[in-house]
Design a protein around this ligand. Structure first.
Ligand SMILES: Cc1cc2nc3c(=O)[nH]c(=O)nc-3n(C[C@H](O)[C@H](O)[C@H](O)COP(=O)(O)OP(=O)(O)OC[C@H]3O[C@@H](n4cnc5c(N)ncnc54)[C@H](O)[C@@H]3O)c2cc1C
Length: 519
């Protein structure tokens, strides 16, 4: 069987398979792997693309497993082959081909199961067990509607899978309080690159557990996660305030993200925008409600090329006394030094707040910019370097905007578990910087190649000026790049790889290791 497969993987480059051959192969492979799910050789094009739209590949086949047993079978099958690789594909929302397997097997995790959620009682609260392929959006809806519970730590956009974000970190405006999503699970079920299905946690198989969290899919495929939850509020006051000076913005943002619970908002983020009336990059991007009109007076308030918006939110319940909520918000806002009257706010349902990017997605799909390439760059920049980053990058290189959000907000390091595979810059506080570029296919705009080059320029400027930073959702093409990224944690990463995926079968699209050839 393996020899038969190799024939198709390697020798049939120029001869497309006939439909009958496809079907024969699918049936034979399904039997050989003993799959309960399906394998598809024809409708595979989607698995050779991703949200970034910068890379393409040709998977050999897409497997739609019925559960973790199928996933283990696929990995064991690949282990027996001379050089097959296996990529778990969450929702393919990576930028640089990380979920691809050129000529390998792509496991479509999103279709692996329905989002079935079981509540688990812990000593000090509750958690839910969810499949690795579940979309966070579905987890949210089911947790709230079935149990009145909600995960504590989110990403801004919820069309991402549980396994996909846990393989990176998963950050958003709640990270300052609860840590990234990798700090908000207590147990995982993982199918390793050896084909073993292992339950792991802090107390059980902890080496695998911490390697997998933020492990870029290198050690195993997450088939289930136990996610911490808490009672869900039903309303949110969503507020944006504007600063003309970076120092004041960072002072207030750092203060809000390091105060004890009860003395701050429930969500804190921030972004940089252009001091103009440009609808995408300028002041209009700060408005929270289409009915809010921009007062022209704001446009003349500051001579700075870019301004800073602090975005905060407070949870409350419809039953709360409105004057108590107002008093709390006034007290919290009263300690901030934003530009006078540059305050915008709306009340919104909790689920709508968490799904806020979905609205933008709908609009972007209509405009064609959702499906166009996204040369995004995400960084963690230490507090010690963020002023220089503002000076060199926001105020110079990006002073005209990027056609999308330029997020920047602080995170205390003590909310991260240093035993996971995620690497962070030094210091007690670092900033998340996300340059979320959108390119408009219908308008004259810089080429994607120029934007990728600008990302390289930003990285080079950071390196040349000695800024302390790490790439988030990292992407390197050379081993040297990865070694530098991991620094003194590289040898541990390599050791864990040799233990849990010794043939380097998993997540080849990360381009960290090369599949070992079997004889
Ligand atoms: C619109 C948008 C908004 C975003 N917002 C945020 C945000 O606010 N915060 C944030 O932190 N990130 C954000 N991201 C980035 C996102 O977290 C990552 O791109 C994530 O990898 C995408 O999830 P996915 O489920 O599509 O994974 P994929 O892109 O499909 O996979 C990512 C990597 O994880 C591996 N993988 C996937 N599933 C599993 C699994 N079950 N087990 C093991 N490995 C697996 C893949 O092989 C691949 O290497 C955003 C991305 C987009 C496109």
């Amino acid at each position: 069987m393996i020899a038969y497969l190799e024939h198709f993987v390697h020798e049939n480059d120029s001869e497309p398979m006939l439909q009958q051959q496809h079907e024969e192969l699918a049936t034979t492979l399904c039997q050989s792997m003993d799959l309960e799910g399906t394998i598809d050789y024809r409708s595979t094009a989607y698995a050779g693309k991703d949200f970034g739209g910068l890379h393409a590949s040709t998977p050999f086949a897409v497997v739609r497993p019925s559960g973790s047993r199928d996933i283990a079978s696929v990995i064991r099958f690949a282990l027996r082959s001379p050089n097959l690789t296996v990529a778990a594909r969450g929702n393919g929302h990576s930028i640089n081909g990380q979920a691809m397997a050129n000529r390998g097997l792509v496991i479509d995790m999103k279709r692996s199961s329905e989002t079935v959620i079981d509540v688990v009682r812990l000593d000090d609260g509750y958690a839910v067990d969810v499949g690795g392929g579940a979309l966070w959006e579905d987890v949210l809806k089911r947790c709230v509607s079935n149990f009145g519970l909600s995960p504590r730590s989110w990403t801004d956009y919820l069309g991402l899978t549980v396994g996909g974000t846990l393989s990176n970190a998963g950050v958003s405006g709640q990270t300052f309080r609860y840590g990234p999503q990798t700090s908000n699970v207590t147990e995982l079920e993982v199918v390793t690159g050896n084909g073993d299905t292992v339950i792991c946690s802090d107390a059980q198989n902890s080496e695998l557990y911490f390697s997998v969290l933020g492990g870029l899919g290198q050690f195993g495929i997450i088939t289930r996660a136990r996610v911490l939850v808490q009672p869900a509020p039903n309303m949110v006051r969503w507020i944006r305030v504007v600063y003309s000076e970076f120092a004041e913005f960072t002072r207030d943002a750092e203060s809000l993200t390091t105060r004890p619970e009860g003395e701050s908002f429930d969500y804190v983020e921030g972004f940089v925008f252009v001091n103009s009336d440009d609808p995408v990059n300028g002041w209009p991007s700060v408005l929270l409600d289409p009915d809010q009109l921009l007062d022209p007076v704001f446009l003349t308030r500051s001579a700075n090329p870019v301004l800073y918006c602090l975005e905060v939110a407070l949870h409350y319940s419809k039953g709360n006394c409105s004057s108590t909520v107002e008093t709390r918000i006034e007290r919290l806002l009263g300690r901030l030094r934003f530009m006078e009257d540059a305050l915008f706010q709306v009340d919104i349902g909790y689920i709508d707040f968490l799904l806020r990017v979905k609205e933008a997605e709908k609009q972007a799909k209509v405009n064609g910019i959702w499906d166009a390439p996204h040369p995004w760059l995400n960084l963690f920049v230490s507090k010690a370097s963020i002023v220089d980053f503002d000076r060199f990058v926001f105020k110079k290189i990006l002073k005209d905007g990027i056609g999308g959000p330029m997020l920047v907000y602080p995170i205390p390091r003590n909310k991260w578990d240093e035993r996971t595979s995620v690497v962070l810059p030094d210091g007690d506080i670092f900033y998340i910087v996300a340059l979320l570029r959108f390119t408009n296919p219908y308008q004259k705009s810089p080429s994607v190649r120029d934007l990728v080059a600008q990302n390289h320029e930003i990285i080079q400027v950071c390196v040349r000026n000695g800024l302390d930073f790490k790439l988030y959702l990292p992407h390197y093409n050379t081993e040297e790049g990865w070694k530098q990224h991991f620094g003194d944690r590289w040898s541990r990463f390599v050791e864990m790889k040799s233990r849990y995926d010794p043939m380097a079968i998993l997540a080849p699209g990360q381009k960290i290791f090369t599949r070992h050839q079997s004889c």
